[in-house]
Design a protein around this ligand. Structure first.
Ligand SMILES: Nc1nc2c(ncn2[C@@H]2O[C@H](COP(=O)(O)OP(=O)(O)OP(=O)(O)O)[C@@H](O)[C@H]2O)c(=O)[nH]1
Ligand SMILES: [Mg+2]
Length: 286
């Protein structure tokens, strides 16, 4: 698992995207940072935190449907204690998305009052949706605009350029390409981003990612792991892979286990709802 130190997860286009975000930030009334509810720590990009530090910020915990509700509530509380406005949402189904507008108005209350007291007509708020790749930025914009104005897809790097979307009279939103940051010190962050699909599968070896994931599940969600794959506590990593391969028929000719398929099965299960809500970042790491 030592490879994480050398991995190249910061492609050149992200430099460009960060620069464009820095340029546009001045225009914004409010910024919305989308976090992945399963990784509220690893999905908080320190570069974005720096760029947005002088702007009103709302933290949206997206993909709440995929997270462990209890852990998510604790993490949300921690961010609130740090002074952030927060909201848990599911951009895919639309859950809580209708609350974003009012929250933004609450955050901008003073600004709105000031403009109204000057007799100014309230112009649309300008906001920017920021977040790591694949966190659901474009899905949220489509949900808010009730259209398919921006392209979405379950792989990092779908949005290639900034794009303005008008939402009625009250919002103008800028969709942005997902960005990461150049260096990370905690290898766990890399694994958590890989497990949830924020960095491309080819960047970290799948074997390492699955090894980490199964160890993690064994530690934090043993019942889910044992029930889903009829695994027992005594099994080591390779025995677990063999068991999953046999159970799910991922076999090569001669009944040997097809490990590549087993990795895919594990990652697909974890990324979907097959194992129920999972949280990879624990609040104690915040
Ligand atoms: N389960 C679930 N899936 C979601 C949610 N929001 C988005 N998705 C899915 O996540 C995947 C990525 O969504 P996008 O909206 O393309 O993500 P993005 O942040 O725009 O990604 P980039 O443009 O690559 O940076 C898609 O398959 C969405 O359907 C959610 O709240 N819950
Ligand atoms: Mg996008």
């Amino acid at each position: 698992m030592s490879q994480t130190k050398q991995i190249q997860w910061f492609p050149g286009h992200m430099f460009k995207s960060l620069r464009e975000i820095r340029e546009k930030i001045k225009l914004m009334d409010i910024v919305m940072i989308l976090l992945d509810s399963r990784l509220p720590y690893a999905s908080m990009n320190p570069e974005i935190m720096k760029i947005t530090q002088h702007k009103p910020v709302i933290l949206l915990f997206n993909k709440m449907d995929l997270a462990d509700g209890e852990i998510l509530a604790l993490s949300e509380k921690k961010y609130q204690e740090m002074g952030y406005y927060t909201l848990k949402i599911d951009a895919q189904s639309g859950k809580n998305v209708d609350k974003i507008h009012q929250l933004a108005r609450d955050v901008l209350k003073d600004k709105i009052q000031k403009e109204e007291s000057k007799g100014l007509k309230i112009r649309p708020f300008r906001t920017m949706i920021l977040g790591i790749p694949n966190v659901g930025k474009s899905t949220l914009i489509n949900q808010l605009s009730k259209s398919s104005a921006t392209k979405t897809g379950n792989t990092p790097g779908v949005t290639k350029a900034q794009q303005w979307i008008k939402l009625g009279d009250t919002f103008e939103m800028l969709d942005t390409p997902g960005v990461l940051w150049p260096k990370f010190t905690d290898p766990k962050v890399g694994y958590h981003l890989a497990i949830t699909g924020a960095i491309k599968d080819r960047i970290l070896p799948e074997d390492d990612v699955c090894h980490y994931a199964l160890d993690f599940l064994k530690t934090y969600y043993p019942k889910k792991l044992y029930q889903r794959y009829q695994i027992t506590e005594a099994m080591d990593y390779v025995s677990m892979l063999d068991q999953i391969g046999k159970l799910r028929g991922a076999l090569l000719k001669g009944a040997e286990v097809d490990y590549d398929r087993v990795y895919q099965i594990i990652l697909t299960d974890i990324r979907g709802k097959q194992l129920g809500g999972l949280s990879f970042d624990r609040p104690e790491t915040l």
